[in-house]
Design a protein around this ligand. Structure first.
Ligand code: GSH
Length: 205
């Protein structure tokens, strides 16, 4: 029997969701042993830090006790393990996938910092304004690329963009992003019909 891989996991984390979507798509989900782990910026978690000094999730512990992070590395590891095609190897498809991967991750980074700032007792308004501007700009760029997303091979790029949009729905519903990016919304409603997305929608559980 193939060895288990231990994933420091939370149903709320969009970066963890990327890993889970990849694991479902690559038929590796049964190899993962999920450990519910709380990773909060203001409260480093010793159990995660034992294997990842950055105290972040996702963190994947391999059979030999070594750990892989962050989500980009874990997703590529799983793809390699399964001999998958989620990371196109060459040409235009590769660079487009990696660019969307970076844009989706960058959008998530901005959203998470924005949420942290808005929850402070006295948020810094210029910082809130800057996040608002960048997030809307990223959504507009992706909306203009919706047709290219529709045509592109299924890969880590579209996966990450859809996980970022799922996080907007989860934490920023007041943004009403579908009005701002209607073509992206159409694309998103198609890609999220996949069982891998249906099985990993964010929850507070
Ligand atoms: N670049 C990292 C980001 C991971 C990340 O920031 N995860 C959040 C949870 S959604 C976290 O662990 N935060 C705790 C912290 O920043 O201390 C990745 O792609 O895995």
């Amino acid at each position: 029997m193939a060895s288990k891989l231990t994933l420091h996991w939370s149903p709320k984390s969009p970066y963890v969701r990327k890993v889970m979507v990849c694991a479902h798509e690559l038929k590796l989900i049964d190899r993962l042993s999920l450990v519910r782990s709380v990773a909060a910026m203001l409260k480093p978690n010793p159990a995660i830090m034992a294997v990842n000094p950055l105290s972040k999730i996702p963190t994947l512990v391999l059979e030999d006790g070594s750990a892989l992070f962050d989500s980009a590395v874990i997703c590529e590891y799983l793809d390699d393990l399964a001999g998958g095609t989620l990371f196109p190897r060459t040409g235009e498809d590769r660079w487009q996938a990696l660019r969307w991967h970076a844009l989706g991750d960058g959008l998530l980074d901005a959203l998470i910092l924005w949420r942290n700032e808005r929850e402070r007792s006295v948020p810094l308004q210029p910082l809130l304004d800057a996040f608002d501007l960048k997030v809307r700009a990223a959504l507009q760029v992706l909306d203009a690329e919706a047709e290219a997303l529709m045509r592109a091979p299924f890969s880590i790029g579209p996966i990450t963009v859809a996980c970022a949009l799922g996080y907007v729905d989860y934490r920023f519903d007041t943004l009403e992003w579908r009005t701002l990016a209607p073509r992206l919304a159409n694309w998103n409603s198609e890609i999220t019909k996949r069982p891998s997305f249906q099985a990993t929608a964010p929850t507070d559980g």
